[in-house]
Design a protein around this ligand. Structure first.
Ligand code: AHG
Ligand code: MN
Ligand code: MN
Length: 331
């Protein structure tokens, strides 16, 4: 049977033309990125560049190339009013926008950059926000105050297969890039859900000494396994790439944690609100999971900086509930 294309699926979801144009453009950019990633070792694109981004992180060649590609492609879309990229300090204005354009696209062009050199899984994360203003010059605060008005969110994962997880409303659908057709085709029937229960957690254990007491207690109970009050054994995974860790949760359940830490520069964790936490939270919630930042739902955060970092806990609802209770009772 013929598989549904991304274009047809979007049409069936009732997305506006503006949102649809953006999603199809991002899908085309990421089809290009999948190729670039594939050829990166042969093209000498493994390794660090000499530049650093606004967060003081050393950029890899691929961070810059993928950013430039996405920015150039999205600048051609008339419904895009402005953009925020992990790799660019300021809000990017679109001089090609139509008069009534009111959508902003926030993205992490390459997530999991530390995995590039070891051929590990990397990805692209994006969020489409509806702005309250259609003024010529979109400010940081215009974008930030639209963060609760997410019209679409998704991620691409460049692994053994190139996949797209996307939501434009209630449901989450999974697509795979067909090598033959060079387009994304629906894999799962269009309604992915996250298991409510799980016995797997994803956290970077090497930071244990910097955790707050809620996280420390939760992990302590997981590690006690059958002997502890959770009465079940837990497994642990950490890919060092949010897309890879979150994707595993979509497939098998689990909880992903990047907490605030008692460590200089990591007081709010590491992950950025606009283009990592917020889109992942929309996807996770639309798949029946939960996404919190300490005791607040991630999607209710009011960030004050476009590159703001926030603590992140997301995944299977029963596990996130346990963490939420710990935050409410121990802080
Ligand atoms: P990016 O490559 O876009 O900077 O994001 C990397 C993030 C995220 O993908 C991952 O979960 C986290 O960094 C891993 O951080 P640690 O190296 O501290 O474990
Ligand atoms: Mn990232
Ligand atoms: Mn990145």
């Amino acid at each position: 049977m013929q598989k549904q294309t991304l274009k047809d699926w979007i049409k069936g979801q009732g997305a506006s033309k503006g949102v649809s144009d953006i999603l199809l453009t991002i899908a085309s950019s990421c089809t290009g990125i999948a190729k670039i990633v594939n050829d990166a070792p042969l093209d000498g694109l493994i390794g660090a560049s000499s530049q650093t981004n606004v967060q003081g992180e050393v950029q890899k060649d691929l961070d810059i190339i993928t950013n430039d590609l996405m920015v150039a492609d999205l600048l051609t879309v008339s419904s895009v009013s402005a953009m925020v990229s992990e790799e660019i300090d300021e809000v990017i204005q679109n001089s090609n926008k139509s008069e009534n354009a009111n959508l902003a696209v926030c993205f992490d062009p390459l997530d999991g950059s530390s995995n590039i050199d070891n051929n590990g899984i990397i990805g692209t994360i994006f969020s489409v926000l509806e702005l309250a203003s259609n003024s010529k010059n979109i400010t940081s605060s215009d974008v930030l105050s639209a963060s609760r008005n997410q019209k679409a969110a998704g991620y691409f994962i460049y692994g053994p297969a190139c996949l797209l997880m996307v939501s434009v409303g209630n449901k989450v659908a999974m697509f795979a890039l067909s090598e033959k057709q060079q387009q994304f085709l629906l894999v799962d029937g269009g309604d992915v859900s996250i298991a409510k229960q799980s016995n797997e957690f994803a956290i970077n254990m090497s930071y244990q000494r910097f955790w707050d007491s809620a996280i420390a207690k939760y992990i302590e109970q997981c590690l006690l396994g059958e002997q502890g009050k959770r009465k079940k054994n837990f497994n642990m995974r950490w890919a060092g790439s949010m897309v890879a860790d979150v994707h595993r949760i979509f497939m098998h359940g689990g909880v992903f944690i990047y907490p605030s830490m008692d460590k200089k520069g990591s007081e709010n964790g590491k992950l950025r609100f606009l283009y990592e936490a917020n889109p992942m939270a929309m996807l996770v919630e639309n798949a029946g999971g939960m996404a919190i930042s300490n005791s607040l739902p991630i999607r209710e955060i009011r960030a004050t900086n476009i590159h703001q970092r926030v603590p992140v806990v997301l995944g299977s609802s029963q596990e996130v509930e346990i963490l939420l209770n710990l935050y409410q009772n121990t802080q």
